[in-house]
Design a protein around this ligand. Structure first.
Ligand SMILES: *[C@@H]1O[C@H](CO)[C@@H](O)[C@H](O)[C@H]1NC(C)=O
Ligand SMILES: *[C@@H]1O[C@H](CO)[C@@H](O)[C@H](O)[C@H]1NC(C)=O
Length: 291
């Protein structure tokens, strides 16, 4: 266990080891690590695994959401999700991290699962905001049916990069390119949220397919939320928990990881703002040069 000193704000990352603080690992039981926010949420107990599952439901009258009890400054976040099966057109199931400071400077990391009509594939829509600016959309087709079973979706956020993984496979990376004056989430803590809501004006096939409420309520399931992260402690940040592996803090993609990232992007990426010339007629944002 170690402490991320506030001196990190000064430029270098100063790590002070700290032996005594007891931070219980945020793992396993969802109700210990997340708060239900609103809507039709349920904490279910799965007797076969002995673990809790949280369901979020959407109907004509209410959206649902939960959020992490803690805020974080860097971490590795994993959650297993089983998405709304069959007709999920118009629905959006999300996992995202967002800062709590002034909105005009906010940072945010988004995973949004856009539903579809029965038999048609979900789209995983991702976006990253830094200092209030987003417009960094990338979309993916998953290589499995995300409604059939739980699959693991992960975010690694460290001083080098933001990395989104699906079942351990790197899907999207944004490198820290602050040296080139590209903002990167580095100074503001974020909290993790999950939600389900209706966005039938745009979500499915460009908004042509509307939510069929007679097929509701629409329910997605979440389990095994694990945050191996830096959490607030005595006005500083404590990173790593118990015997928790803290290698994520310095993790960068090795050659094999980069290879996988480019394979998946070649096969599964269906939209990339960095190749959308209509949106950027006078040149792409600087980070597009090297993801
Ligand atoms: C839904 O299915 C259609 C047809 O396969 C596809 O074009 C679309 O990208 C899918 N996803 C969404 C969110 O509309
Ligand atoms: C829960 O998630 C953690 C982190 O991804 C993983 O190491 C562990 O194997 C998972 N546990 C189960 C029972 O799936």
């Amino acid at each position: 266990m170690w402490q991320l000193s506030r001196a990190y704000r000064m430029a270098s990352f100063c790590l002070i080891s700290l032996a005594a603080a007891a931070v219980s690992p945020a793992t396993g039981d969802m109700a210990d690590t997340v708060d239900m926010m609103w809507g039709n949420t349920q904490v279910l107990y799965d007797s076969s695994s002995g673990r809790q599952t949280v369901s979020l439901s959407l109907d004509r009258w209410t959206t649902s959401a939960f959020r992490s009890k803690s805020t974080y400054l860097f971490g590795r976040f994993d959650v297993d999700i089983k998405l709304v099966p069959r007709d999920s057109a118009g629905t959006v199931t999300t996992v995202y991290m967002v800062t709590e400071g002034p909105w005009q400077y906010h940072d945010e990391i988004d995973l949004e699962f856009l539903g579809n009509t029965t038999g048609e594939p979900y789209t995983l829509h991702t976006n990253i905001y830094a200092r209030g600016k987003g417009d960094r959309e990338m979309q993916y087709r998953l290589w499995f049916d995300p409604t059939e079973d739980f699959n693991t979706y992960s975010i690694i956020w460290n001083p080098h990069m933001i990395l989104i993984l699906v079942n351990g496979v790197p899907l999207r990376r944004m490198k820290n390119r602050m040296r080139d004056d590209t903002p990167f989430p580095l100074f503001q803590p974020m909290r993790l949220y999950a939600s389900i809501w209706d966005a039938d004006e745009w979500a499915t096939q460009g908004g042509r397919i509307k939510t069929d409420w007679s097929h509701g309520p629409f329910t997605a399931f979440f389990r095994n939320y694990t945050a191996n992260a830096c959490v607030p402690y005595n006005r500083a940040w404590i990173c790593g928990q118990g015997s928790g592996d803290s290698s994520w803090f310095n993790q960068e993609l090795d050659e094999e990881g980069q290879q996988k990232l480019s394979e998946v992007n070649g096969r599964n990426k269906i939209y990339d703002y960095c190749t959308d010339s209509r949106r950027f007629p006078s040149g792409y944002p600087p980070e597009c040069g090297s993801q």
